[in-house]
Structure formats: structure tokens, C-alpha cells
Design a protein around this ligand. Sequence first.
Ligand code: ZN
Length: 98
Amino acid sequence: MAYKEKTCPAGGITHKKRGEYCSRSCGNKKKHTEETKQKIAETQRAILTNGSDESEVRKHNYISKRINGDPDPVPPQVHTGPLHNQFVDGGDLWTIDE
Ligand SMILES: [Zn+2]
């Protein structure tokens, strides 16, 4: 690993990984203040609403996770063939009057 040795603030484990925490589960133990959460939310909102290609990619990636439900329901299959009282003859659609 190319990172310098440091001690994980959550578990006290010495590691050389990227960032201050030794693992993702330790990193998730960090408690943010409301002010910090607000700043994170503002930054994310700014990134997602600036209209750039990256914001579109981020939105797509977020939606793909389906956190807020199913955004792309598969449409029901539509029967596009002749109806029960129709038939095709010589390339033309004919209808039988019942
Ligand atoms: Zn740790």
C-alpha cells in the first residue's frame, strides 16, 4: 500500500489503507453533527442540480440503485398482432364481421 501508516480512530487498528479508517464498517461509525450533515446535503444537492454530464451520471447511478423504488417499470407487453376476428391475407389486414 502506498499510504502512510496510521491508527484507525474507531477500532485503534494500525493500517496503511486510504483514509483514516481501517475499514468501511469503521468509517460508518463516524458521527456527523447536524451542521456537517447539512453541509454534505448542500454539496450533494449542488452537484446533482448543476446540469453537468457528471450530475446526470450521478443521478442515473443513484436511480439505478432503486433506493426510492422502481423508476423504470417494464411496460406490459402489448399484443400487436391481429385481433381474434382479424387475419392477414396478401399483406392486408382483413376483419371478419361477426
Ligand atoms: Zn477500524
